[in-house]
Unconditional design. Structure first.
Length: 256
């Protein structure tokens, strides 16, 4: 199976080399599948892109770098998916984070689930023994409001329990290829739940498996009240609420 792993980055110089090293090892240990790794970098001022270029030179066709203006996590994900489908022609696409919040060792497992017949495979903090580590009380409350109150109760997205995680594997044929990314006008982290809703319109074959989500030990979190990212965070929060209401009205057949 041809697999592309998308890693969106902004100021991840402390993590990206370690993540790419880990991914290269995973590819070497799973030769039954063909892996490519696509870093979608929003022109990070800390030199993340330059680090990726060195890996690209060393590993040639294994690593791709897609750069662009910083317009939000959602926009970066959309750009990455469009590039995958248009240029790389994979059978499945996996997305994850650069900071090891999700252990990349689960990538082959998620691909095996795709081979078993599932279309969307989610690494979940909210099934079985799934959990988070290192979160403050404030972060836990914010996550509950987004994941449970807005995504589940307001939006009504019930196919999975974890709506906002970046780690997910998705089949291309009959699923990703049916998503019109040009119409996904999402800039922030609300992309993940909104994208799940769009996926639920083309498939009901979802699978969740439990993982431990570990708060980063290197670099800065962008989902926080850090003054450096506060404006972006607040924009993303309001967008998330808007998207949740849009999903609900679309489910009700109401056109706005």
């Amino acid at each position: 199976m041809r697999v592309v792993v998308i890693i969106p980055t902004y100021n991840e110089k402390e993590n990206i080399a370690l993540m790419l090293d880990a991914l290269i090892k995973i590819a070497a240990s799973n030769k039954s599948d063909s892996y490519k790794f696509l870093v979608v970098d929003d022109n990070s001022p800390d030199g993340t892109g330059e680090i990726v270029k060195k890996f690209k030179f060393k590993y040639k066709s294994k690593i791709e770098l897609l750069t662009g203006k910083k317009e939000g996590l959602g926009e970066a994900m959309i750009r990455g998916y469009e590039y995958c489908l248009g240029k790389l022609k994979p059978d499945a696409v996996v997305s994850t984070e650069a900071d090891f919040a999700y252990d990349p060792k689960y990538i082959p497992f998620s691909i095996n689930k795709i081979k078993e017949g599932y279309d969307v495979v989610i690494a979940s903090r909210h099934v079985a023994k799934g959990e988070t580590q290192g979160w403050t009380l404030n972060r836990k409350i914010n996550h509950w409001i987004a994941n449970k109150f807005f995504a589940t109760w307001i939006a009504g997205v019930t196919e999975v329990h974890d709506h906002n995680g970046a780690f997910r594997a998705i089949r291309v044929k009959g699923v990703l290829e049916r998503i019109n990314f040009k119409k996904l006008k999402v800039m922030g982290f609300g992309f993940f739940n909104y994208f799940l809703f769009k996926l639920s319109r083309v498939t009901d074959k979802f699978y969740e498996f439990p993982v431990t989500y570990k708060f980063r030990t290197r670099g800065e979190s962008k989902v926080s009240f850090n003054p450096k990212y506060l404006n972006t965070y607040l924009h993303d929060v309001f967008e998330y609420i808007k998207l949740s209401l849009m999903i609900r009205t679309e489910k009700m057949g109401i056109k706005i």
